[in-house]
Design a protein around this ligand. Sequence first.
Ligand SMILES: [Zn+2]
Length: 192
Amino acid sequence: MEVKTGDFVLPGDFLATAEEFVPGEGAYEENGNIYSSTVGMVLVDIRTKKISVFPKTKTPPTLKIGDIVIGRVEEVRDQFLTVSIAALVGNENRELPPPRLALIHISKVQAGFVKDLSKLFKPGDIIKAKVLNAQPELIQLTTIGRELGVLVAFCSRCRSPLDREGNKLRCPSCGSVETRKLSVHYRQEVAK
Ligand SMILES: [Zn+2]
């Protein structure tokens, strides 16, 4: 496996062999290999064996309040987490330069009081979030709402993508049970 979820790739980049995976959106198969057909972010779904690339589009970078973005959690601190924004959702005419760092304050993670941010997010998680403040020097996001939150989480022991079981996540490889601030679309969609 050459690439992993969250990687940025270019058209023609090798993603995986067709023995291991099937091409999803933004990917194609040629001579037994799967390649990216676009500039974008990789999503590897181990369960469905599908590898997809969610495109970045071609006009000048802008970000507006209310935009929905996909990003990767970089760091989880006491009062906030940082997220690198990878893609805008549902808008094919705008692009973001990779990577743009944004911040989610502990008060904007979910409705109600949050005691421990590290129980809701881990570095490497792929999340869906909404833009609260679009100033270039400080992009602020929120994950309050059912649609928003973690889309793909990885085991903190062995890095396997975690399976959802009710409100918890379980590692299919090592059995570790973890919690996150889950989106209702956990491992169902990324760029809709
Ligand atoms: Zn594990």
